[in-house]
Design a protein around this ligand. Structure first.
Ligand code: NAI
Length: 242
């Protein structure tokens, strides 16, 4: 198979689903990771196939380091390479820090920050051997500005920005780029319950973004044309001040 192999974590819905679809449309064979939402992940795959693309499902929990190594090894055994990794899977579990149990802190750090290590480490080893690869991680405006109620989430998102910048330097000579997308408010299940009016007042563009607008930027950063862009953080936030 000549297609590039692209792994997208948390691709059962939202931004991950849109990224998976856009990468497939750009010619990648997309490995759709999910943890528990098999029917929704299968729907992502069905949409890709309906559009003439190809992919397959790869369930594993990105927060579980013991699961990620074998999962990535299985991908490499089957496909012999990984060309693109999009670290998208994430959760938020908000509360003011004074009321936050330790478990709430560590759960969000495990899923949004430790996952960066758990998945990227085995993938980047392979990319370094290939002397080619593209890694894109979805951070957030919250990791740039801080948001009250999100100390855990902001810490994790700031963490993946720092980790990506460091890794970008480590692997630049190997032809591997490592970049970050920092979305503001994007219309997905994650933002469905938020009060709209006060948030819209803070967004110069006057609207939430669409998952496809994040996906378009991911496809560009994963393209051959973006080979000299590494260690970058690209805001996709409608002009929100960072
Ligand atoms: P979502 O809640 O719609 O989707 C998150 C995806 O991650 C789901 O498919 C979920 O099953 C998966 N996931 C969660 N934990 C997982 C685990 N342990 N292992 C594997 N998969 C797991 O959220 P949305 O909005 O699509 O978010 C995607 C990414 O974008 C997240 O990292 C989020 O923090 C980030 N983001 C979202 C923004 C928004 O406004 N929606 C803004 C900024 C960043």
């Amino acid at each position: 198979m000549d297609k590039k192999i692209a792994l997208v974590t948390g691709a059962s819905r939202g931004i991950g689903r849109a990224v998976a679809a856009a990468l497939a449309a750009s010619g990648c064979h997309v490995l759709i990771n999910y943890r528990s939402r098999q029917p929704e992940a299968a729907e992502t795959l069905a949409r890709i196939q309906h559009a003439g693309g190809s992919g397959e499902l790869y369930p594993f929990d990105v927060a579980d380091v013991a699961a990620c190594g074998p999962a990535v090894a299985g991908i490499i055994q089957t496909h012999k390479r990984i060309d693109v990794l999009v670290n998208n899977a994430g959760i938020r579990h908000d509360s003011l820090m004074v009321f936050m149990p330790a478990e709430q802190w560590s759960q969000v750090i495990a899923t949004n920050l430790n996952s960066f290590f758990n998945v990227t480490q085995p993938v980047v080893k392979q990319m370094a051997l290939q002397r080619r690869g593209r890694i894109v991680t979805i951070a957030s405006t919250a990791g740039q500005t801080g948001v009250e109620g999100q100390t855990n989430y902001a810490a994790a998102k700031a963490g993946v920005i720092g980790a990506s910048k460091a890794l970008a330097r480590e692997v630049a000579k190997r032809g591997v780029t490592v970049n970050v997308l920092a979305p503001g408010f994007i219309e997905t299940d994650m933002t469905a319950g938020l009060p709209r009016a006060p948030l819209l007042a803070q967004i110069p563009a006057g609207r939430f973004g669409q998952p496809e607008e994040v996906a378009a930027a991911a496809v560009f950063l994963c393209s051959e044309a973006a080979g000299y862009i590494t260690g970058a953080v690209l805001n996709i936030n409608g002009g929100v001040y960072t």
